[in-house]
Design a protein around this ligand. Structure first.
Ligand SMILES: *Cc1c(COP(=O)(O)O)cnc(C)c1O
Length: 343
């Protein structure tokens, strides 16, 4: 979900950007109109996440999966550590194996990734530890930045700007924009400059973070319209009170929905305790009620509550509660759960 005003601002820019009689889609990325859009988006992401000096913010085409490859290309000298918390983490690991030794420090595959492993050992000679901060499919989340003897690198596709982050613990934070920032076609990257340039391999220019930094995130034509949407959304986040306020709302939505899931005898959550995601809330019909799954989806749809079907690898339901989801949206789902159970 995106804020309605962000969708409307994008639509208006497509039709006529600031009364120019031109669509934003018709403007050169090197025009006097587009450059300030990119620069404000870069500086707002920096400001909202409190990104320290020595880091650069980039908006690049392609999605998170591209960085599964770019990250090891740019940062893996000989050995990297990966925490395997699901499909996306596994895909990131698969790419890293093309570049060097990959140590899986822990995995929650034994329980269909319904928890975040704890107490694992991180090899002190690894170039980095890669984590997926929010597991969009399985509904688990790391609610704080891990303590690690080696720098962290994180895929924050689905929880960027929903909680405060200590960026100084990371060499790189990246993600696809389409979960919590803008539409598809765009990715964001926060890179620590001093961590670059340490690998010996030759990196193709388009996959080299240093090249993108040297060119001000304009090495090639960036996805201009998604960057404009991202800018409008970043302005919205700032107006609402910044990341601290997004965090407060996320917790409130999560408490409301998990509260009902735990209280309602017809439903149960797939994740327990502190590992529960505030962004993607997964639940299923409780034992004995499984055959009612489809009729619950239909019941919700008849009351305007849509897009709650779970990912095929978990089943059941997934309520994605990204930044723009109002508490009323969660309350509408809770109402459906209560009245369905009563019926
Ligand atoms: C959706 C998602 C991806 C994949 O993103 P693409 O932009 O499609 O490559 C990767 N990681 C996480 C955590 C995701 O939620």
């Amino acid at each position: 979900m995106l804020p309605r005003e962000v969708v409307e601002a994008t639509a208006s820019a497509v039709l006529d950007y600031q009364g120019m009689g031109l669509s934003l889609m018709e403007l050169s990325h090197r025009s006097a109109e587009f450059k300030p859009i990119l620069e404000e988006a870069r500086s707002l992401l920096r400001e909202l996440l409190d990104v320290p000096q020595g880091y650069e913010v980039l908006f690049l085409g392609g999605g998170a999966s591209m960085h599964f490859c770019m990250v090891p290309f740019n940062f893996l000298k000989s050995k990297a550590a990966y925490l395997n918390t699901g499909t996306w983490a596994s895909k990131a690991m698969k790419e890293a194996k093309l570049f060097g030794e990959v140590v899986e420090v822990a995995s929650s595959a034994d329980k269909n990734f319904n928890y975040i492993p704890k107490g694992f050992e991180i090899p002190a000679d690894a170039d980095y530890l890669h984590v997926t901060s929010n597991n969009t499919i399985y509904g688990t989340q790391l609610h704080s930045d891990l303590d690690s003897p080696v720098p962290l690198i994180a895929d924050m596709s689905s929880d960027i700007l929903s909680r405060r982050v200590d960026v100084s613990k990371y060499n790189c934070i990246y993600g696809g924009a389409q979960k919590n920032l803008a539409q598809s076609g765009l990715s964001f990257v926060i890179v620590k400059e001093s961590a670059l340039g340490r690998v010996e391999r030759t990196i193709p220019s388009i996959l080299d973070y240093s090249v993108h930094i040297a060119n001000g995130s304009m090495f090639n034509t960036p996805p201009t319209l998604p960057i404009y949407t991202a800018l409008c959304n970043l302005r919205w986040v700032k107006e609402q009170g910044g990341v601290a306020e997004m965090e407060r709302r996320a917790l409130q939505r999560a408490e409301t929905l998990y509260g009902e899931i735990d209280a309602n005898k017809m439903f149960c959550a797939t994740v327990d305790g502190e590992d529960r995601s505030y962004m993607n809330i997964d639940f299923v019909m409780a034992p004995g009620y499984e055959e009612l799954e489809q009729s619950f989806v239909e019941y919700c749809a008849s009351r305007g509550v849509v897009a709650i079907t779970g990912h095929r690898s978990v089943g059941g339901f997934r309520a994605s509660c990204y930044n723009a989801m109002p508490l009323e949206g969660v309350e509408a789902l809770v109402d459906c759960m209560r009245s369905f159970a009563k019926r």
